[in-house]
Design a protein around this ligand. Structure first.
Ligand SMILES: C[S@@+](CC[C@H](N)C(=O)[O-])C[C@H]1O[C@@H](n2cnc3c(N)ncnc32)[C@H](O)[C@@H]1O
Length: 287
């Protein structure tokens, strides 16, 4: 869980300081920030410094140099991932109807949640599949750059304080059901039904630097590209295209304003409100 945020007093990081910090992190830990939108990266670093109660960039440098494992907590703060169960209920209603109509045709589906954060999106998808008529078997690859987030996703334990929001989202998706069917309470925690993650593989994966090797029917990459610059987004769309099976779906976040960047020879719009795109066959291409 992320540490409480401490307000930061007028910390300024110059372009030069940002560059040498990211170069040093790359040289020491092979974590590559090329491709991140610079202003947003700067804001995130300043926010993280507030959390670690640092007053200036010098303190951050000292900590980086003297504490080998600090990079993990630092990355967890940099990539702080807001997420929620049944976030954007209209998307999940749409996915359920696609599963019911067998637009997503196979009885077995392979799904990638790229940038899954603490996993709520994964449990949501598996609940929706369980509630569909066709009950597709799903194999999932769930990845993120934050190891802390992946650990939480793997455990599937969420604080009960989130319950009201999650239950409200669920009701917007399905008035006749209840999220209660899918978790048990242990003290202050909601523990998700283990069956929902039976076929899920959790992995560390960096979308910018790591390779994409699998063939998927559906790729979720929601509210992740918001961190990246346009060049990186363009490259990612190409990689997602190659990672999808023919007719596969790419689902992005409601605020990932990427429309002008999506190549309409490669992706068609299946549902603009739900931000679902379908892989088109490239003319003349042989698969
Ligand atoms: C806002 S969360 C989105 C979670 C979920 N997809 C959703 O929409 O509810 C963004 C996630 O992207 C991850 N992320 C950021 N940069 C990444 C990268 N280069 N590779 C993989 N994941 C990344 C963050 O760690 C964070 O967990």
């Amino acid at each position: 869980m992320n540490l409480p945020y401490q307000p930061v007093k007028n910390i300024i990081i110059t372009d030069e300081e940002l560059r040498s910090l990211t170069d040093a992190i790359f040289n020491r830990h092979r974590i590559d920030f090329t491709g991140y939108e610079q202003q947003s990266l700067r804001r995130r670093i300043i926010r993280a410094m507030g959390v670690f109660e640092m007053e200036n960039i010098h303190e951050l440098w000292v900590r980086m140099l003297t504490d080998q494992s600090f990079i993990y907590s630092f990355m967890d703060e940099i990539s702080v991932g807001l997420t929620a169960m049944f976030r954007d209920p209209i998307l999940w209603r749409k996915i359920k109807s696609l599963l019911n109509e067998e637009t997503i045709a196979n009885t077995h589906l392979s799904i990638w949640h790229a940038g899954c954060s603490t996993g709520e999106e994964i449990y949501t998808m598996n609940i929706v599949a369980r509630e569909s008529f066709n009950k597709q078997q799903i194999r999932t690859w769930a990845t993120d750059i934050s190891r802390q987030a992946i650990d939480i996703a793997r455990r599937g334990e969420y604080h009960q304080l989130k319950l009201n929001e999650y239950e409200r989202n669920y009701k917007e998706y399905n008035l006749h059901g209840s999220l209660k069917w899918y978790y048990q309470r242990h003290n202050e925690l909601l523990v998700m039904d283990k069956e929902l993650r039976r076929h899920v593989t959790f992995d560390y994966h960096n979308l910018i630097t790591d390779s994409f090797s699998y063939r998927f029917d559906v790729i979720f990459c929601r509210n992740v590209m918001i961190y990246f610059d346009n060049d990186t987004k363009l490259k990612l769309f190409d990689k997602f295209y190659n990672a999808l099976n023919p007719g596969g779906l790419l689902i992005i976040g409601f605020y990932d304003a990427v429309m002008p960047l999506i190549d309409d020879r490669k992706f068609g719009i299946l549902d603009m409100d739900a931000k679902i795109f379908i892989k088109l066959e490239e003319k003349g291409a042989v698969d």
